[in-house]
Design a protein around this ligand. Structure first.
Ligand SMILES: [Zn+2]
Length: 151
């Protein structure tokens, strides 16, 4: 390769001469700053993603934990048996039983119908905070864990 400054065929080093990066011979490199290694435009390394990306707050509709008990209490108060109740909401009596024992979680839509029908509160809005969760550094539960445990 030829020195970009003097044109001599020599082993070249990369140097910055008057602000320009050039391949020059050792003699010419004296005019500028010699770089030890080829310089690339250093890209900032992406930081290790400990944190999840921030999200806008999300409202998640969840059943109240004691939805089964609530349903059963009102049903019994109304003097309706599980069969009759099931017919009213187009659900099998066996499912009504499972719902009341908390064994089966009705869909939110179904729960909302029940709310209106029974005039009780079964669905709660859980607002996911605009907060980042660490990878369980503190040993505390993440939202994911809570949802898993809730099932
Ligand atoms: Zn030169």
């Amino acid at each position: 390769m030829q020195c970009e400054l003097c044109g001599k065929e020599k082993n070249l080093t990369m140097a910055i001469i008057e602000g320009a990066r050039m391949n020059v011979c050792s003699e010419c490199s004296g005019f500028g700053k010699v770089l030890q290694r080829p310089v690339f435009v250093e890209q900032e390394k992406p930081k290790h993603k400990i944190y999840q990306q921030e999200k806008a707050p999300e409202t998640v509709e969840m059943l109240v934990p004691d939805f089964g008990t609530k349903i059963r209490r009102v049903r019994e108060k109304l003097g309706i048996d599980q069969d009759k109740f099931g017919q009213m909401i187009a659900i099998k009596a066996s499912i009504v039983h499972k719902i009341e024992t908390g064994e089966f979680k009705p869909d939110i839509d179904v729960a909302k119908k029940l709310e209106k029908l029974l005039k009780i509160s079964l669905v709660t809005n859980y607002v996911e905070e605009k907060k980042v969760y660490t990878k369980d550094e503190s040993g505390s539960l993440t939202i994911g864990d809570l949802i898993k445990k809730g099932k």
